[in-house]
Ligand binder design. Structure first.
Ligand code: DQA
Length: 149
């Protein structure tokens, strides 16, 4: 029997380690550690295992994507500002070749025009924006459906 596919890599990009200090109107008041506790419990309810990664260095984010082969079945990623322009992360995500869901805490569609552009959206099976921490639960549920097909 094929092993269950339930390993989700949750990747936070640049400046997301500063949650809790960033504008609460956009990002709420949770710190990254608290957000990760919430994500872990949402994942457990869905029967998913999570591993977390955060960096402020684009190359580290790229290399982490390179190393996922055999270690993860799906990806939830919020690359922060890199979302809007990093073709290096876009190419590494394509190489990872795993189902991925893009998440943004804030509603990037109704902020500055440059935040509407996502260079990773076309590689993702879904995109959740402006739902705050609950957006991660939605992303996990979407991946769980995908992985149980
Ligand atoms: C963000 C939105 C980005 O535009 C911004 O640069 C971030 C966080 C979000 O979660 O809403 O750092 O990805």
């Amino acid at each position: 029997m094929m092993a269950e596919r339930n390993r989700i890599e949750v990747m936070h990009g640049v400046n997301l380690d500063q949650l809790g200090r960033r504008d609460p109107a956009h990002y709420g008041r949770l710190g990254l550690d608290e957000l990760e506790v919430r994500i872990s419990s949402a994942a457990a309810e869905l029967g998913l295992q999570t591993r977390f990664f955060q960096t402020n260095h684009e190359g580290e984010f790229v290399e982490h994507l390179h190393r996922l082969e055999g270690l993860a079945d799906g990806i939830v990623l919020n690359p922060g500002a890199w979302t809007h322009y990093s073709f290096a992360i876009r190419d590494a995500l394509e190489l990872a070749a795993l189902p991925a869901v893009e998440v943004h805490l804030s509603d990037v569609e109704s902020r500055e025009p440059w935040r509407r552009q996502s260079v990773i959206a076309e590689l993702c099976i879904a995109r959740v924006v402006g739902r705050g921490p609950d957006g991660y639960r939605e992303a996990l549920a979407r991946l769980q459906r995908e992985l149980s097909r």
